[in-house]
Design a protein around this ligand. Sequence first.
Ligand code: NAP
Length: 291
Amino acid sequence: MIDGYTRTCGLIGNPVEHTLSPVIHNMLAGMLSHNLVYVPFSVEEGKLEDAVKGAFALNLLGLNITVPYKSQVIPYLSGIDDLAEKIGAVNTLVRNSEGFMGYNTDMPGLYRAMCSEGIEIKGQDVILLGAGGAARAVAFLCASKGVNKVYLLNRSLEKACIVAEEVNRKAGRECIYPKALAEYKHLPEKSFLAIQATSVGLYPEIEKAVIEDEDFYRRIHTGYDLIYKPADTKFMQLVRKQGGRAFHGLKMLLYQGVIAYELWNDVSVSEEAALQVYEMLKEKMEIKESL
Ligand code: NAP
């Protein structure tokens, strides 16, 4: 029950109406008997600084940050964690005495999700589709977890080159190779883990995949789509059609939330509790698959 001791966390973004994050955090608070509520805050363009200052003045415990503010929020923080600084994107703010400290839980969230599905990164040859904010975090994850090579394919080659140069430099090794999307036909004849980090195929444009050529999918043993709406994307269907395993991004969403919750409350959420929340997320998304 909300009373005088209730702590507030929330989500800043625009739009925020379709977010699943309140399900994650309010359910965890209930399960762990924490007196905490989590609410979405729609913040208009130009009001981000006011929103962050206001949240601090209102004694909010923490915030998630979503599109379009993950990079824009950085100047308004009292500090930024090393990983978030390297990635250049913050999705979690944690209150301290001077303001909010910025973290990135998308990347460790994806890693925890992949581990829980038994997907290895170490030693793999990876095709990464996209060079936006999420792809940048994936590229860092691959570089920091001992990937063999990442072919980073993007519609805009220039953006792919910028991300590759930056990640290679900060990781201290040359493992990300930028290419234009159309170059997919000239990749080596190897077996790849493919990570889909473009927004192509996202609801409502569910009949699209960033590469539609079925032949491309022959080389993919595992396809991981960061999209979770729909839960079965065209990319996933094309991977499966050629005999590969395919995963959607709902577990990444779950674990980025779990890690944020852990940071705000200085607790460790058990795998059992996380999977209970996952069941609820699947129910909300009307996903029928087993764990
Ligand atoms: P973003 O920064 O806007 O990047 C979008 C990417 O998609 C860019 O690489 C862009 O290529 C590419 N793209 C867009 N339209 C395209 C088209 N018609 N053809 C080819 N490429 C196209 O977005 P983001 O924040 O990185 O998010 C990417 C995806 O990840 C979204 O679908 C988002 O829902 C998902 N995501 C999931 C989670 C999770 O928890 N599961 C977390 C974060 C993001 P250009 O550079 O050429 O424009």
